[in-house]
Design a protein around this ligand. Structure first.
Ligand SMILES: Nc1nc2c(c(=O)[nH]1)N[C@H]1C(S)=C(S)[C@@H](COP(=O)(O)OP(=O)(O)OC[C@H]3O[C@@H](n4cnc5c(=O)[nH]c(N)nc54)[C@H](O)[C@@H]3O)O[C@H]1N2
Ligand SMILES: Nc1nc2c(c(=O)[nH]1)N[C@H]1C(S)=C(S)[C@@H](COP(=O)(O)OP(=O)(O)OC[C@H]3O[C@@H](n4cnc5c(=O)[nH]c(N)nc54)[C@H](O)[C@@H]3O)O[C@H]1N2
Ligand code: SF4
Ligand SMILES: [Mo]
Length: 700
């Protein structure tokens, strides 16, 4: 097999092609320099059209993270109380033997296999290490299913309702755009490789506008910052429609040929006058008018909506409503026009084969954002047996899941058997009965899609596994042997699974083979550049049109037309709650961390300083809070402390706590998820992390 994925050898130094595994839209092509068997440097591939030769501030530290003195190198068994973090080394045979015995006991008990719950998310987004043998394993034993909703489901379902799938405009068209709306996204932090494309558009004359309650580092670089009230974006989008329809700025031909329900939408939009929209969104009516006009007059406006704005009760509806805009103006026709939430659904890997859902008997599904409830209320609203065993990998729920007090209460249960596969002793690992060392991206194979561009990448291991660490795939293979499972697909090796993933009927994957990826490292999907998915209509909805009117939503009991759906904790709807907790807390990503990953890397943590919270001067003054004061942020669900920063780069009434800190690195052991709720969004059962009323006071 040709092997261009090792770029070359000079002396004892080789450069190996890999991919960044993290949960980030950029999925960078990563070049790893290895000397004498040791990785010494990671760099972005200059030739990759999206990576363009750089990695972010976090992943530049990947070598340091890999060889970190705190890496877990051996299997361990808990020796102290749950949560205390005391462990003793054991062998792989002992570890897997004990897990097999405990899980087999549960399977044959009256509670049965559904008392076992896997818990994983996107610590690695790799197809192999994130969703292959692990899934087959849990399906084979008949464990409960996990609904992996914690990030993107509200918006994903919102996109499906309007355009049919979670796909959208190609960011490589951005330079052609004449208006760029960065809507609920902190591009420079969470999608940094899109920024050079935004700058190209701006150099060619585009105006760049950020719509965000916070003047983030991204908003600060834009031509305009529109400081919207959290959770009100659908109202703004409807106000824009109102204005552009009033001025006749719509594309009648596109609407006639490729949309459904225009007359109803026009009536609906009439209800959202700039004045009414202003009263909902807190944006001046003139701004609503000017934004609607400019959007209608643009030739090809690019809307980058990201996941931040859908973490509210009406998050699905917000995304669905925004996604209607480019069909009204026909911007989908042209490069640089349209909406992008994600590109992920373009990557139709062969998941029925890689994950084998057919191996599972009919079992219950537990929503991952209600882990606290699932662990603390036996027979919670999902029915069935109590959760008696929890197997966590690629996730740190003790830091990232909402309603942290409930999650920790569950993890403390003496009768819960918890297994954690990890790189480090995270907050979650402290509660493990058995802690297993996993390999990092430098030590294992993987295959990656992207949710921000259109390139597939192969990650090739560049170094040998450290200590006794093993890839997730191998851990589940070995566990299957210890449990005497005879399902043959549990024995497939890593490269076989990668081949299976690529062996897909999807035309987008035509020509994308393991051989080609071995040679090149990454490849564009079989789609044009730039990719214009809806230039000629061909929406992926049941009607084949852009569905302004959605019969499916009607069946779901939702408003079939775009509408403003208020957040659960929208002050005017919950006056009693708002009297006690008048501020909305946004706990979006810190620049230096990736979710809770990298918090233990000292230089990054130093750069993030300590848990902080940003308040508007009006809000701070009213509470006697000065810069640098230690404050407590609290509501009925819980509390955490932070150091106050005060300035007018945030809307009054909104507080920002950059996240996600590990409890153990905070002075009070707490983090923002102490205050967040387990409620679900209107669509997709997603989390409402930023739909969260709190009060802030001086800590004494
Ligand atoms: N450095 C870094 N990069 C990351 C991550 C990280 O933790 N750190 N996480 C990765 C992951 S998993 C994800 S899902 C993405 C998340 O990245 P994004 O999709 O960009 O989402 P967030 O950072 O959650 O929120 C983006 C912005 O939305 C704003 N916002 C909050 N509520 C609203 C609202 O109601 N309306 C509007 N208009 N804006 C609102 C927030 O103030 C924030 O500035 O980033 C990925 N990239
Ligand atoms: N308050 C608040 N909470 C949030 C968010 C927020 O904005 N605010 N964001 C939410 C979002 S968008 C997301 S996506 C979730 C993210 O939540 P998680 O998916 O839990 O993400 P991380 O915190 O990065 O934890 C991933 C863990 O996986 C481990 N890991 C990485 N690679 C491997 C591997 O190959 N094998 C094994 N076994 N382990 C590995 C890492 O060491 C890390 O500890 O958090 C959510 N929680
Ligand atoms: S986290 Fe995102 S920006 Fe950073 S290297 Fe990975 S893919 Fe690239
Ligand atoms: Mo996420």
């Amino acid at each position: 097999m040709a092997d261009g994925s090792t770029l070359g050898v000079s002396g004892s130094t080789t450069v190996v092609r890999g991919a960044c595994p993290h949960d980030c839209p950029d999925t960078c092509a990563m070049l790893v320099t290895v000397k004498d068997g040791r990785a010494i440097r990671v760099a972005g591939d200059l030739e990759h059209p999206f990576t363009r030769g750089f990695l972010c501030t976090k992943v530049n530290r990947y070598v340091e993270r890999t060889y970190h003195p705190d890496r877990l190198l051996y299997p361990m068994r808990r020796v102290g109380p749950k949560g205390a973090g005391a462990f003793a080394r054991i062998s792989w045979d002992e570890a897997l033997g004990e897990i097999a015995e405990r899980l087999n006991d549960i399977r044959s008990s009256t509670d049965g296999p559904q008392a076992i719950l896997p818990y994983s998310y996107a610590g690695t987004m790799g197809i192999l290490q994130g969703s292959s043998i692990d899934r087959r394993f849990f399906h084979t034993i008949g464990a409960s299913m996990l609904d992996r909703t914690i990030c993107s489901m509200a918006g994903t379902v919102g996109m499906r309702m309007t355009v049919g799938a979670n796909i959208g405009a190609d960011p490589e068209g951005l330079p052609e755009s004449d208006l760029v709306l960065l809507w609920g996204t902190n591009t420079l932090t969470s999608n940094p490789h899109m920024w050079p494309l935004v700058l190209e558009a701006r150099e060619r004359g585009a105006t760049v506008i950020a719509i965000d309650p916070i003047r983030t580092r991204t908003a600060a670089q834009c031509d305009e910052w529109i400081a919207i009230r959290p959770g009100t974006d659908a109202a703004l989008a409807l106000g824009m429609m109102h204005v552009l329809l009033e001025h006749g700025l719509q594309d009648d031909d596109y609407i006639a040929a490729h949309t459904l329900g225009f007359d109803e939408l026009r009536e609906r939009a009439k209800e959202y006058s700039p004045e009414r929209v202003s009263s909902i969104t807190g944006i001046p009516a003139e701004t609503v008018v000017s934004l609607g006009r400019r959007y209608g007059q643009a030739r090809s406006a690019f809307i980058r909506v990201n996941y931040g704005l859908q973490r509210h009760g009406g998050g699905g509806m917000a995304v669905r409503t925004i996604a209607c805009l480019p069909a009204l103006t026909g911007h989908w026709r042209r490069p640089g026009g349209g909406v992008q939430l994600s590109s992920s659904a373009n990557f139709a890997f062969n998941t029925p084969v890689t994950q084998r859902p057919d191996l599972s008997p009919k079992v219950r599904t537990i929503n991952m954002i209600r882990l606290g409830e699932a662990l603390t209320t036996p027979n919670g609203d999902v029915g069935g047996p109590p959760v008696r065993a929890l197997v966590v990998y690629n996730s740190n729920p003790a830091a990232v899941a909402p309603d942290r007090n409930a999650v920790l209460e569950g993890l403390r249960r003496e009768d819960l058997f918890t297994v954690v596969l990890e790189h480090f002793q995270t907050d979650t690992a402290d509660y493990a009965d058995i802690l297993l060392p996993a390999t990092t991206q430098l030590e294992h194979w993987d295959l990656h899609l992207s949710y921000g561009h259109h390139y597939v990448s192969l990650n090739r291991p560049s170094i040998e596994p450290l200590g006794e660490s093993l890839p997730n795939s191998e851990i589940f293979r070995r566990l299957a042997v210890h449990m005497r499972l005879d399902e043959p697909s549990l024995r497939d090796d890593d490269l076989t699974i990668i081949r299976q993933a690529l062996d897909s009927p999807s035309p987008n994957l035509k020509g994308v083979t393991l051989e080609a990826l071995m040679d090149r490292g990454w490849m564009r999907l079989n789609v044009p550049t730039p990719y214009l998915p809806f230039a000629g209509g061909a929406f992926l909805t049941p009607s084949g049109k852009c569905e302004f009117y959605s019969a499916r939503m009607e069946q779901m009991g939702l408003d079939p037309l775009p509408a403003f759906t208020a957040p659960y904790e929208f002050p005017e709807n919950v006056p009693d709650l708002a009297a006690r907790y008048p501020l909305t807390l946004i706990s979006s990503p810190a620049h230096q961390f990736l979710n809770s990953t990298f918090v233990n890397i000292a230089p990054l943590r130093r750069a993030a300083r300590e848990p902080e919270c940003l308040l508007h001067p009006e809000d701070a003054e009213r509470r006697g809070i000065g810069v640098g004061a230690r404050v407590v942020i609290h509501n009925d669900r819980g509390a955490f402390t932070a150091i106050a920063r005060v300035d007018s780069t945030i809307r009054p009434g909104v507080v920002w706590a950059p996240s996600i800190w590990w409890g153990k690195f905070a002075a009070d052991g707490a983090n923002a998820n102490q205050t967040t709720s387990q409620r679900e969004t209107d669509m997709g059962r997603g989390p409402v992390f930023y739909d969260n009323l709190v009060e802030v006071g001086l800590a004494d």
